[in-house]
Design a protein around this ligand. Structure first.
Ligand code: NAD
Length: 261
C-alpha cells in the first residue's frame, strides 16, 4: 500500500500509539503533521527523524487538544502548508483514575475535552476539504473502554463510548463522499499512558505495582499480553488503504479477546 502524496495529521503523536501511527503513515509515503506535548528538543528529534528516515515532510504543531480555537488553527495550518488533509487520526488522550465520588471535576472536563470533543473539532474542520477531494480517512483511537467499563475510569469510559457514537454518525454523514470514519479499540498497550495510571490504580485498589499489571491490566486480556503500538499503527494503515474503503462506522477491537468475554 502506498500513501504517497497523502497528507496526514495525527493528534497526540509525540508519544506512544500516536507516534507509531505517524511513523507508519510516513513510512508509506504520507506527509505528516505530528502534535502533542513534550520537551521541544525531543519533539524536534522525532520530527526531523521522520523526514530523514522516510523522505516525507513532517510538521509539528503544538495545539492543545483541549482548546477548540487551537485545533481549528492547526487543521487550517496543515491544509495551508500541505495543500490538503486526507488522513486524520484522532489519538490524543489522557487518563485519570479515581472513585466517582472523589473524581475531580477539572479532570472530568479535561478528559471529555481531549479524548472526545477534540475529535469533533478536528473532524468538523477537516470534513469540507475531504468531501471536496472525494477521499478521506478518519481513524479515531477509541479503546476497549469504548465497549466495556472498568471501575474508577468514569470520564475515560464515557469519553471513549462517545467517540464511537461520533464516529458512527460521521461515517453515515460521509458515506457517499469517499470518506470513511472508523475507530480502532486497543486493549492495554504498553505506553506512558498506561504506565502513569499504575500508581493511582495501586492506591484506588490497594495493590502493588506487580498486582496492578497482573490482576488489573493483563487479567482483562485473555491473551495475557499487551498490545503493541506497532500493531495499532498497522490497523490504522489498513483502514487508510483502498482495501478498507467499505469499512466505515466500524469499531475494530485489538484487545487480546478482552471484549469477547
Ligand atoms: P501517551 O500518553 O503515550 O500519548 C498521548 C499523546 O497525547 C501524547 O503525545 C501527549 O502529548 C498527547 N496529549 C495529551 N494531552 C494533550 C493535549 N491536551 N493536546 C495535545 N496533545 C495531548 O498515550 P497512548 O497510550 O499512546 O494513548 C494514545 C491514545 O490511545 C489515547 O487516546 C488513549 O486513550 C488510547 N488508548 C490507549 C491504550 C493504552 O493501553 N495505552 C489503550 C486503548 C486506547
Amino acid at each position: 500500500m502506498s500513501l504517497k502524496s497523502r497528507k496526514a495529521l495525527v493528534t497526540g503523536s509525540t508519544s506512544g500509539i500516536g507516534l507509531a501511527c505517524a511513523r507508519a503513515l510516513a513510512r508509506e509515503g504520507a506527509d505528516v503533521c505530528i502534535n502533542g506535548f513534550g520537551p521541544a528538543e525531543a519533539i524536534e528529534v522525532e520530527r526531523a527523524g521522520i523526514e530523514a528516515e522516510f523522505g516525507v515532510r513532517c510538521l509539528y504543531d503544538g495545539a492543545d487538544m483541549s482548546k477548540p480555537d487551537e485545533i481549528a488553527r492547526m487543521v487550517a495550518r496543515v491544509e495551508a502548508e500541505f495543500g490538503a488533509l486526507d488522513v486524520l487520526v484522532n489519538n490524543a488522550g489522557i487518563q485519570f483514575v479515581s472513585p466517582i465520588e472523589d473524581f475531580p471535576v477539572d479532570k472530568w472536563d479535561a478528559i471529555l475535552a481531549i479524548n472526545l470533543s477534540s475529535a469533533f473539532h478536528t473532524i468538523r474542520a477537516a470534513t469540507p476539504g475531504m468531501k471536496a477531494r472525494k477521499w478521506g480517512r478518519i481513524v479515531n483511537t477509541a479503546s476497549a473502554h469504548s465497549l466495556v467499563a472498568s471501575p474508577f475510569k468514569a470520564a475515560y469510559v464515557a469519553a471513549k463510548h462517545g467517540v464511537v457514537g461520533l464516529t458512527k454518525t460521521v461515517a453515515l454523514e460521509l458515506a457517499t463522499s469517499g470518506v470513511t470514519a472508523n475507530c480502532v479499540s486497543p486493549g492495554y498497550v504498553w505506553t506512558p499512558l498506561v504506565e502513569k495510571q499504575i500508581p493511582d490504580t495501586m492506591k484506588a485498589r490497594n495493590m502493588t505495582r506487580e498486582e496492578v499489571i497482573e490482576k488489573v491490566l493483563l487479567t482483562a486480556q485473555p491473551t495475557r499480553q499487551f498490545v503493541t503500538v506497532d500493531q495499532v499503527a498497522a490497523c490504522v494503515l489498513y483502514l487508510c488503504s483502498d482495501a478498507a474503503s467499505q469499512i466505515t462506522g466500524a469499531n475494530i477491537s485489538m484487545d487480546g479477546g478482552w471484549t469477547a468475554a
